[in-house]
Design a protein. Structure first.
Length: 208
């Protein structure tokens, strides 16, 4: 109880001092750069599901955070993050591979194009729920020159179901008494746990 009370008081004081806008900005920025600038490839768990769920939990127990503003921003950040990743790969990655890639690379690109013609729409949507895939799939779709309007619609669907959906799941999870009582502690656990897992993953990748 003492730990929970301390966390509650500390977070409320933090929000009173810095204002809810800073909270929104941090969450939205992490969601955007996760796929927009491929940050999620290095720290996938910090910019993913746990962040959104924790943000929803915090919003449910804080009078300073407006859930409508939070989820609207999360949806837009998720959408534009994938759009930027797709466009960078399409206009920079593909020309680079066309010039520098060998025969095997060109065959791989051809197979990628065929795959995205057949299954690209669902691949982009499903990838939202997979840490590394949500970063790589939009980029590969760009390299494979997936139809822009197909990508646009699948990206929008994924941004709504994943970004808004998981944030609202965290928000409404707080209606459960046990969850509401320890909301800040649970949110802290998710965020800290995500950072630790992400850091260990990064260290493991670096060693290998």
């Amino acid at each position: 109880m003492l730990v929970k009370a301390a966390l509650d008081g500390q977070l409320n004081n933090w929000l009173d001092v810095f204002g809810p806008f800073f909270f929104y900005l941090v969450v939205w920025t992490l969601v955007f750069v996760g796929t927009g600038f491929f940050v999620g490839a290095f720290v996938p768990f910090v910019t993913g599901d746990s962040l959104l769920f924790a943000a929803g939990l915090i919003a449910s127990t804080s009078q300073n955070i407006n859930i409508a503003i939070l989820v609207a921003g999360v949806g837009l950040a998720a959408f534009f993050g994938d759009q930027v990743g797709f466009i960078i790969a399409r206009h920079l990655g593909r020309p680079y591979l066309d010039k520098r890639g060998g025969i095997k690379t060109q065959k791989a690109i051809k197979r990628t194009e065929i795959f995205y013609q057949k299954y690209g729409w669902w691949a982009v949507v499903v990838a939202r729920y997979m840490p590394w895939a949500r970063v790589l799939i939009p980029a590969v779709a760009g390299i494979g020159r997936m139809n822009y309007y197909k990508f646009l619609s699948s990206n929008l669907t994924g941004a709504i179901t994943w970004g808004i959906g998981i944030t609202l799941t965290g928000y409404y999870a707080a209606t459960i008494p046990a969850v509401k009582t320890g909301a800040y502690a649970i949110a802290t656990f998710f965020i800290v746990g995500s950072i630790v897992v992400g850091f260990r993953t990064w260290l493991s990748d670096r060693k290998s």
